[in-house]
Ligand binder design. Structure first.
Ligand SMILES: Cc1ncc(COP(=O)(O)O)c(C=O)c1O
Length: 417
């Protein structure tokens, strides 16, 4: 695409040859003949995830109902065990995390608990760039408290439709706010918010704060305990590679273990006594207390292997490679795709500490380019109005994939002229 060595395929291959995480790529099943850059939407199946999924199927096949109590791997404790495994990814204690429910359901459950409007403090603060399901859920949560979403759900506005101004978020955490709900990473632009700083600001004003970390857990390390966030929830089908619709997670800071979950169910019961089948609910005093139903054993079976793979690679190493890959992509875009006739514009913050795992490119003809890219089997996604999103996943992608993406984008524009 360019004669210069620094932009050559050779250079990408050299970077792969010195990448100590490169061997993880062979653990993944990449759809045949594709360049898969869509881990921000659905991570790929790994051999490790397939192994635990098949093992659980075998357990079901061979043990039937006794799978719940089988000695090696009792399903009864799956949710807590997976929570404990994921805890180190987010800087939490094992009992502060549980694999349960789905993202939106977990949001409902946590907000039902933590949003307790009073005369003085009765608003929820969110933002207009969050993934819509969060906003729909918050609107209904406000209505459930017999309040008006138009008045009691405040949304931080974005100046440019891409980014949020953190100073503005902090200013909007006013005394009448009871709860703040924000995404760690914005789903379109990939902006990573300063979770620590915003949390600190909220707490100074005596406001609780919860984070939707669907776009960061598995690719960005977090320190939830150190930062003192109140609660968080996230999915496992993006950067955790656990499969479509796989079990989501809840984090509850241990300082809130004495709170009663608002939406209760029998799997939130103290584990040792759950099968006494009392009608008086006794909540498990950990994140597990926010479980409602039987854990989705099949829906979390792949998660076990997927998490093990991430832990083996190390979340700090994953972040380091993710930033190297997105920086490389930005470098190629800056040099090869911004001028006429290419006209792509970076839609993601340049500063590494403000980036999640994906890169957004803006283009006037984004929709048409998206369709062309799919013809070339470059798997990515399009988000209106004009964003193309690409994720070089640290474990399943190579620098060569990034190079091929840029090469294909140039080809598409060259051929359209
Ligand atoms: C930030 C965020 N929250 C929630 C969801 C989806 O929620 P659910 O897992 O309940 O479908 C998405 C989906 O991409 C998302 O990006």
């Amino acid at each position: 695409m360019s004669d210069s060595e620094e932009f050559s395929l050779n250079m990408a291959k050299k970077m792969d040859s010195t990448d100590y995480l490169s061997h993880f790529k062979e653990r993944f099943f990449t759809p045949t003949d594709t360049i898969y850059l869509n881990g921000n939407s659905l991570g790929l199946l790994s051999k490790d995830a397939a192994t635990t999924l098949l093992r659980v199927l075998d357990e079901w096949k061979n043990l039937g109902v006794q799978g719940w109590t089988n000695e090696d791997n009792p399903w009864f404790y799956h949710a807590e065990k997976l929570g404990a495994k994921a805890a180190s990814l987010v800087g939490a204690k094992p009992e502060e995390v549980v694999a349960t429910g789905t993202t939106t359901i977990n949001l409902h459950s946590l907000v039902s608990t933590f949003y307790q409007p009073t005369e003085e403090k009765n608003k929820i603060l969110a933002d207009e760039l969050n993934f819509p399901t969060d906003i729909y859920a918050l609107q209904s949560q406000v209505k459930l408290k017999n309040l008006d979403p138009n008045k009691h759900l405040k949304l931080v506005k974005s100046e440019d439709g891409k980014f949020l101004d953190e100073a503005k978020i902090k200013r909007m955490i006013s005394k009448d706010v009871a709860l703040v709900i924000l995404p760690s990473v914005l789903f379109r632009s990939g902006q990573l918010l300063d979770i620590e700083g915003i949390t600190e600001n909220a707490h100074k004003k005596d406001v609780l704060i919860g984070w939707d970390c669907s776009h960061s857990v598995g690719v960005v390390p977090h320190q939830f305990d150190e930062w003192g966030i109140d609660f968080a929830f996230w999915c496992s089908y993006k950067y955790l590679n656990a499969g479509p619709g796989s079990s989501a997670f809840i984090y509850v800071n241990e300082k809130h273990f004495d709170k009663d979950a608002a939406l209760t169910g029998w799997f939130g019961y103290i584990k040792e006594k759950q099968f006494e089948m009392n009608l008086h609910f006794e909540q498990s005093r950990g994140a597990g207390g926010w479980q409602i139903s039987s854990p989705a054993i099949l829906g979390s079976a792949a998660l076990e292997g997927a998490l093990e793979l991430i832990l083996r690679a190390g979340i700090e190493n994953i972040r380091e490679k993710s930033l190297k890959m997105t920086s490389y992509l930005i470098y190629l875009v800056d040099n090869l795709l911004t001028d006429e006739p290419y006209n792509f514009k970076l839609g993601t913050p340049r500063l590494p500490n403000q980036r999640g795992g994906h890169i957004a490119l803006e283009h006037e003809e984004a929709m048409a380019i998206h369709e062309e890219l799919m013809e070339y089997n470059v798997i990515h996604d399009f988000r209106p109005p004009n964003f193309l999103r690409f994720t070089p996943s640290p474990l399943s992608n190579s620098y060569e994939d990034v190079w091929k993406l840029v090469n294909t984008l140039r080809k598409i524009i060259d051929e359209s002229g």
